[in-house]
Design a protein around this ligand. Structure first.
Ligand SMILES: Cc1cc2nc3c(=O)[nH]c(=O)nc-3n(C[C@H](O)[C@H](O)[C@H](O)COP(=O)(O)OP(=O)(O)OC[C@H]3O[C@@H](n4cnc5c(N)ncnc54)[C@H](O)[C@@H]3O)c2cc1C
Length: 405
């Protein structure tokens, strides 16, 4: 009888795990079921482009049902409400799904309760952390174009997803210049990082110098070790400093695990993230794996204002591959795979140019010097990568991660 594998989540972690598992195991060996609350896969790194009006959601997403059916994978479009690790059952609003192996790739919940005013739907702040939030930001940006005023872009204490904050500051600057409105919009970048480009991983080569130069060239003022403590409709309040006037405050929140995981007995740490080992196996619950943003990762060290370790799409895919290969090896009776340290490659959109950054491993100290490069061609590469990734993913194919993000 086929082993039952349930994949919780249909994004980068869930889909990569599914495709990789299917590469190793046929339907007679593994009955795979993906459970996702979202019917569509969304290319999340393009959400800032949705916010800036440069993409529509339909262009960066696709329905999961067809590619999964083509791979003989079951698809359940439901919200998971909990996991019973004793009985090996995943509960949804409508039923229970038994598993022999479970891979949890449910991503994050924005912990907006951490700072008063974080939003968008529960406060005046904005952040494109999900498709509806990116659409909300798009209309807020349109309102800014109609009634220009000061803007704050940044990240809250404890944030781990800081790259998009830089992208949003640069993209907004670029948009405003194109509309000849930039002179009416002072932009302030507020980050909990101890220095620009720390990104929760202790920096990467010359990225700090690059970002300092780029922000200064564009008249974007910035403050590091900034602890945002309140967002109102008129300003952003920062600990130990005067409030920064702002009619549009885009502040990336700290993240937590989703409620279904956080509330399941014996599954998550106090923040709702999964404790996993180097194979991405859950440290306590047998047969359970965790990949992507859902897993717990310790910060690289103490910083005056907390900054958490990043969990990028590229890293998520590496975790998913390790987990999938480990499950496949165990099902086939080949023991376990050798885990690998995570590396990261990403391209930061700076509006008219891109900055490429490659670190191996992500966590310092490193034997290799990080690569940092900047130019128009990187922006083109980011656009090509988005299209190529979506082309492959909607056909049930996995992009080689060596390609970079
Ligand atoms: C604005 C933004 C820009 C980014 N830019 C980049 C970039 O340029 N490069 C890069 O490498 N990374 C980038 N990232 C990070 C990258 O998007 C994440 O690392 C990646 O999305 C993580 O994938 P995941 O599968 O772990 O989780 P997610 O993408 O968050 O997906 C979670 C999945 O779980 C499902 N789910 C959640 N809860 C439940 C539930 N209760 N029941 C059922 N299903 C559930 C969701 O529907 C979804 O399918 C960016 C992130 C953001 C927010």
């Amino acid at each position: 009888m086929a082993v039952r594998v349930v994949i919780a989540g249909g994004s980068f972690g869930g889909l990569t795990t599914t495709y990789e598992l299917r590469r190793h195991l046929g339907p007679d060996q593994a009955a795979i079921t993906v459970i996702s609350k979202d019917r569509r896969f969304t290319f999340v790194p393009s959400l800032p482009w949705v916010a800036m009006g440069r993409r529509r959601l339909e262009q960066i997403s696709f329905d999961l049902a067809e590619p999964l059916a083509a791979k003989h994978v079951g698809f359940v479009h439901e919200t998971i409400t909990g996991v019973d690790t004793e009985r090996k059952l995943v509960a949804t609003q409508r039923g229970e799904h038994p598993y022999d192996f479970l891979v949890i790739a449910t991503g994050h919940r924005s912990a907006n309760e951490a700072v008063e005013g974080l939003g968008p739907f529960d406060g005046p702040g904005h952040s494109p952390m999900s498709a509806p939030e990116a659409e909300e930001l798009r209309s807020a940006v349109q309102s800014l174009l109609e009634a220009p005023g000061p803007v704050v872009v940044g990240a809250a204490p404890g944030a781990s997803c800081i790259g998009p904050a830089y992208e949003l500051a640069f993209e907004l600057d670029h948009l405003l210049r194109r509309r000849k409105l930039r002179h009416q919009v002072p932009i302030t970048f507020l980050t909990p990082e101890p220095f620009l480009g720390h990104m929760g991983m202790g920096g990467a080569g010359k990225i700090r110098q690059l970002l300092e130069g780029e922000l200064e060239e564009r008249d974007i003022s910035y403050a590091t070790s900034a602890a945002v403590r309140k967002i109102t409709r008129e300003a952003v309040e920062v600990a130990g400093a005067s409030p920064v006037p702002s009619v549009l405050s885009i502040v990336i929140p700290p993240l937590a695990g989703v409620e279904a995981v956080a509330n399941s007995a014996g599954l998550a740490n106090p923040k709702g993230f999964l404790p996993v080992d180097a194979h991405y196996r859950h440290q306590m619950a047998g047969g359970v794996y965790g990949v992507g943003v859902a897993v717990a990762m310790a910060p690289v060290g103490d910083t005056p204002v907390p900054v958490n370790f990043p969990k990028t799409g590229h890293m998520t895919e590496q975790m998913a591959q390790i987990a999938a290969r480990d499950i496949a090896a165990r099902i086939a009776g080949h023991g376990e795979v050798t885990p690998a340290e995570l590396s990261a490659r990403c391209v930061l959109d700076m509006g008219d140019r891109g900055a490429y950054m490659s670190v191996n491993p992500v966590r310092p100290p490193r034997n290799t010097i990080p690569t940092v490069s900047e130019g128009r061609h990187w922006l083109l590469a980011k656009r090509v990568f988005e299209r190529t990734y979506l082309w492959h993913a909607r056909r049930g194919r996995r992009m080689p991660t060596t390609f970079g993000w």
